[in-house]
Ligand binder design. Structure first.
Ligand SMILES: [Zn+2]
Length: 270
């Protein structure tokens, strides 16, 4: 019934043996599709392997917190995988100004490399006709969001972007939507102190947003603080439906449609 548009099933926090159980629990909870995202070149094969299952699709990208480990041509190396029907978008890419730069890196150089990688993820996406999944995070202010939006603006005529785990205002969401992009909401929506995010959700028209877990991170209530998993997108969905005064069916219909438009899931004959 629902789609988890953003999870990390190849995360080290899930052992390989647990993955079939995670997927089975999600299916039992009415989550019929999951999108698992790679965060570096090394975990692309593991994500593709998991996406061999009918309910799972994969995205391939270099997470902004991993750009210092990645070879300079990592975004171009992703091109080797895009023809694979298990791949449904480019990501997770983006800008993370929250975490301090790694040892040996000045903040400004680390951020510049993230912006360069984001730009090149867009170039690849435009070339191969896929969309882009973006992470932004700031310790204070909205600089990573503004910088990522600026890069998206240069590509929005050929590529769509989703700003995942969206935590901004309606004014910020509307700037993404005006460029043809989407936002997605996860477990934070259920947190007590997240009224501002709930206000944004209420103003997002149907078709402009998706649901996600970002598992293993950011578990929704009533699992807050535990390891997250795709089955829990149901709690995000129930909260969102209640807030918006929609039935779960109605919410599923338009969020699934938004996800299907964005990811254009390909049939997998593997
Ligand atoms: Zn993520």
């Amino acid at each position: 019934m629902f789609i988890d548009s953003h999870c990390h099933l190849a995360s080290h926090r899930f052992s390989k043996d647990e993955v079939p159980g995670l997927i089975a629990r999600a299916l039992a909870a009415g989550i019929d599709r999951m999108v698992t995202l790679a965060t570096c070149l090394d975990d692309v094969p593991a994500n593709l392997e998991i996406a061999t299952r009918p309910a799972v699709h994969a995205c391939i990208g270099i997470h902004p917190c991993d750009v210092h480990h990645a070879p300079d041509d990592a975004p171009e190396q992703l091109a080797a995988f895009v023809a694979d029907p298990r791949v449904c978008a480019i990501g997770e890419t983006g800008l993370d100004y929250y975490h301090p730069a790694p040892e040996g890196w000045a903040d400004e150089n680390f951020r510049e490399r993230q912006r360069d990688f984001l730009e090149r993820h867009f170039q690849l996406a435009a070339k191969v006709g896929l969309n882009v999944v973006i992470h932004t995070r700031d310790a204070a202010g909205r600089e990573s969001f503004e910088d990522a939006l600026e890069i998206y603006r240069r590509h929005h005529s050929s590529v769509r972007a989703v700003f995942h785990c969206f935590a901004g205002s309606w004014e910020e969401a509307s700037r993404v939507i005006d460029l043809g992009g989407l936002v997605s909401f996860g477990g934070v929506l259920t947190f007590k102190n997240a009224q501002a995010i709930r206000d944004t959700l209420l103003r997002c028209p149907a078709g402009t947003f998706m649901l996600e877990t970002d598992s293993p991170y950011l578990a929704p209530e009533p699992h807050r603080g535990q390891r997250n998993e795709p089955a829990f997108v149901r709690h995000v969905a129930e909260k969102a439906a209640t807030l918006r005064g929609e039935s779960p069916d109605e919410l599923a219909r338009h969020t699934n449609e938004a996800a299907e438009h964005f990811f254009r899931f390909r049939p997998k004959s593997i």
